[in-house]
Write a new protein. Structure first.
Length: 75
């Protein structure tokens, strides 16, 4: 697998994670008969949370893959 294919696959995975996390709060809010503004707020919060989750998982993945540049660590 080339590096470009791996990067494209990683972008798709990140997009799916953000989508799943972003859709969850509005679906939960639908149980309480929300207004359209409340649905949009839930969607916005879900997108923000999804981006934080993807950022955190990327940071965590770098730590486990050994690509982090910690001072004093030998390669």
């Amino acid at each position: 697998m080339s590096e470009a294919e791996r990067d494209a696959g990683n972008r798709r995975i990140k997009a799916v994670i953000v989508l799943i996390v972003a859709v969850s709060p509005p679906l939960i809010a639908l149980q309480f008969d929300p207004s359209p503004i409340e649905l949009l707020a839930a969607l916005g919060g879900g997108v923000a949370l999804g981006l934080v989750v993807v950022w955190y998982l990327g940071r965590l993945g770098k730590e486990f893959s050994g690509s982090s540049h910690r001072p004093g660590r030998r390669r």
